[in-house]
Design a protein around this ligand. Structure first.
Ligand SMILES: [Mg+2]
Length: 211
């Protein structure tokens, strides 16, 4: 019998929109056009986050309040996390986002007991310093793929959900793919089978179906 593991991106996947991009836009360090340009040029995610969050000027309280004013979790995510926990199904977030916004969003959604790999943000007064304890030696793309491969090697069938170009290597390696936005386009172009990610209910249905 197959056993499942779930790996998901955070920004634009667990949430309906990309929190990192939205914060950089709100802080005024980039335009929407600039973000699209950076995607096209395949800018390094770690450098991008360190640069844009390094220029922000928020107290921790202001930062969290802003994040929670627009962050929305896709429907079905909390049920999925609860089901995975009850049934000992490995469930990880592998994200190029920052713990300082992922934690408050998950906390408000009452989502606990989920493993989160992300970049780390540390407040120093009104400044944010970004570092990468989980993937200092890997690119974000390779790190995400490494989490999929970790469970594959242990014999799991891996369900991967994502929305961006940095999710593509992980999606290619996964057994079942849920994709939104740019990742969906990439999968289509490269003929990788995927389900359109709108919410997390279909993921739960797969887990509940006997294989
Ligand atoms: Mg994303």
């Amino acid at each position: 019998m197959n056993k499942y593991a779930i790996i998901t991106d955070f920004d634009g996947t667990v949430t309906t929109r990309d929190i990192g991009n939205t914060l950089a836009l709100r802080a005024g360090s980039i335009t929407l056009q600039g973000i699209e340009e950076d995607y096209k040029q395949n800018k390094d995610a770690k450098e991008w986050m360190a640069y844009h969050f390094g220029r922000m000027n928020f107290s921790k309280e202001e930062f969290e309040e802003l994040v929670l004013s627009f962050a929305k979790i896709r429907p079905g995510f909390d049920e999925l996390a609860g089901y995975a926990k009850q049934n000992a199904i490995p469930f990880e977030i592998a994200s190029g986002g920052l713990d300082i916004y992922i934690s408050p969003v998950l906390k408000r959604g009452n989502i606990k007991d989920i493993i989160v790999y992300s970049m780390r943000g540390v407040f120093d007064g009104r400044k944010i310093k970004v570092d990468f304890p989980h993937f200092a030696d890997l690119t974000l793309e390779d790190f995400k793929k490494s989490r999929v491969d970790f469970y594959k090697q242990k014999g799991y069938k891996v369900i991967f959900a994502g929305d961006g170009p940095s999710d593509f290597p992980a999606a290619k390696s996964a057994g079942i793919v849920f994709a939104a936005d740019k990742l969906a386009k990439l999968c289509k172009t490269n003929k990788i089978k995927f389900f359109e990610l709108k919410d997390f209910k279909p993921v739960l249905e797969i887990l509940k179906k006997p294989i």
